[in-house]
Design a protein around this ligand. Structure first.
Ligand code: GDD
Ligand code: GTP
Length: 430
């Protein structure tokens, strides 16, 4: 039986993603009209043999997550279960903790996917499974790889591999110096043998934990006893053993979702994927009385858009949004129940739920796209500040914010529940 495990993290994660993850868990944040997790599940659903998806995370069960699970189960006809860790157990600890559930109905010949829940990509899961079956077999593991620039590669897990056999020779997680331009996409195919390795790692870690806490009883080790880092504790040790192989995904779109800039980038690519595979999801200019649509635009069927508005390219409009006369939106995400009043203009921005932009106001951000002149360039994972100043970036308007008419909001981050009374530039508004 084929299964997939998606690691959805915990509320402590996703800090660079605030204020957008203050309202809902980051994996449920909508991009191109659907949550990040929905896109991953949709990729999994293309595996015709797939029977079950297990979401492992550390969120308290909440209504948004339960409703989401109920909806996607119906849409994709796959069993989806949420398994909650009692504490953050790391990228490997949750898999080990829930090993009996993962292993049930999985034979020694079967494999299962493990996918990081904070990536957006055109995932080649069908091809990866085929590669694994043909080249790796029961005892080995396959990791999905993509290319990055030399400089950016060190922000990810780096994979040095044999281009003929695809065997991973070295794996180094976020190295301090350059190792390889092939990076870990956060997608793996494991057989049940991984549990033996996790079990040894668990025992080793316990020993280190016990030695540390008995020598320094008041020392706070900062993580749960059962914590296992899949990358550092497991993958690093598998390099050169003949057990780990890489499947390169070529030029297909892939990004990790770390900051709001990566959301705008992913939005554009998911809309492009809709155009190729699901054009019915995109807005079409049906008649002269419909708004002007430029390029790829998603409009939720419940949104109310004035015919004089001009939307696109790369715009997603959420549920119950109202868009007034002469509004212009480009390269942006407008989330549920927002109101864009007459003649306002929104560029390179994310407007979170229930916010209002007043008439003739301009909300604008600076794109953080990967350098188009460098092949395989990825989104910079920089922190918000650079030399003590806010880095020009996507403008993010938190939920329930009210922006008055005739102001300019440029490269700003506005926290939820604010009423702005004037223009703002390069600021975080608390
Ligand atoms: N369930 C659970 N429990 N999930 C977790 C935990 C945990 O304690 N910690 C992290 N995760 C999930 C996160 O939600 C995320 O989806 C994924 O595991 C990766 O977690 P990070 O710790 O944020 O790692 P990273 O993104 O910096 O790096 C990882 O992903 C890169 C690709 O995006 C590594 O796997 C890198 O090697 C890789 O290149
Ligand atoms: P059915 O609705 O059951 O026919 O599913 P289907 O996926 O075969 O049909 P669809 O017309 O949606 O897709 C046609 C082909 O495109 C199939 O080979 C899919 O695997 C592939 N495909 C569909 N959506 C995507 C996508 O988002 N990305 C990629 N890479 N391939 C896709």
């Amino acid at each position: 039986m084929l299964k997939a495990v998606i690691l959805i993290g915990s509320p402590q994660k996703g800090t660079r993603f605030r204020p957008l993850s203050l309202e809902i868990p980051k994996p449920l944040f909508p991009i191109a009209g659907h949550p990040i997790l929905y896109h991953l599940i949709e990729s999994c659903a293309r595996l015709r043999e797939l029977r079950e998806i297990l979401l492992i995370g550390c969120y308290q069960p909440n209504e948004a997550l339960s409703r989401f699970i109920a909806n996607v189960q119906q849409t994709f006809h796959i069993s989806i279960r949420y398994l909650q860790e009692y504490a953050s157990l790391g990228t490997g600890g949750g898999i080990y903790h829930f090993r009996d559930i993962i292993k049930s109905n999985v034979s020694d010949k079967d494999v299962f996917f493990v996918i990081n829940g904070d990536i957006c990509a055109d995932l080649p899961l069908v091809e990866m499974l085929q590669f694994h079956r043909e080249n790796v077999g029961d005892k080995g593991f396959t990791i999905l790889g993509t290319e990055a620039t030399e400089k950016q590669s060190t922000n990810y897990g780096c994979i040095a591999w044999d281009k003929e056999t695809h065997e991973v020779k070295h794996y180094v997680e976020k190295p301090s110096t350059f190792v390889s331009t092939t990076i870990n996409c956060g997608v793996y195919l494991f057989s049940k043998t991984i549990f033996q390795i996790l079990s040894e790692t668990y025992r080793n870690n316990q020993q280190i934990y016990n030695e540390t806490t008995s020598s320094f009883p008041s020392y706070d080790v900062g993580f749960a006893r059962e914590n296992i880092r899949l990358e550092k504790d497991v993958l690093s040790k598998l390099g050169g053993t003949g057990q780990l192989y890489v499947f390169p995904m070529g030029n297909r779109f892939w990004t990790a979702i770390k900051n709001p800039g990566s959301v705008i980038y992913a939005n554009r690519h998911y809309l492009e994927i809709y155009r190729m595979y699901h054009p019915e999801r995109l807005a079409a200019q049906v008649n002269p009385n419909s708004p002007t649509i430029i390029g790829d635009v998603f409009i939720h069927p419940t949104a109310c858009v004035d015919p004089t508005a001009v939307l696109g390219p790369n715009v997603s409009i959420g549920q119950d949004v109202t868009i007034g006369y002469g509004v212009r939106v480009r390269e942006s995400i407008i989330l549920g129940s927002c109101v864009l009043q007459d003649h306002c203009c929104v560029l390179y921005s994310i407007i979170a739920w229930n916010s209002t932009i007043g008439p003739w106001s301009r909300v604008e951000g600076t794109p953080n796209d990967p350098d188009p002149n460098r092949q395989f360039s990825k989104i910079e994972k920089d922190s918000l500040f650079h030399d003590g100043k806010l880095h020009p970036s996507i403008t993010v308007i938190g939920n329930n914010v009210s922006i008055p008419g005739e102001v300019v909001v440029l490269n700003a981050i506005v926290l939820p529940h604010k009423e702005l009374d004037s223009s703002s530039k390069n600021q975080i508004i608390l």
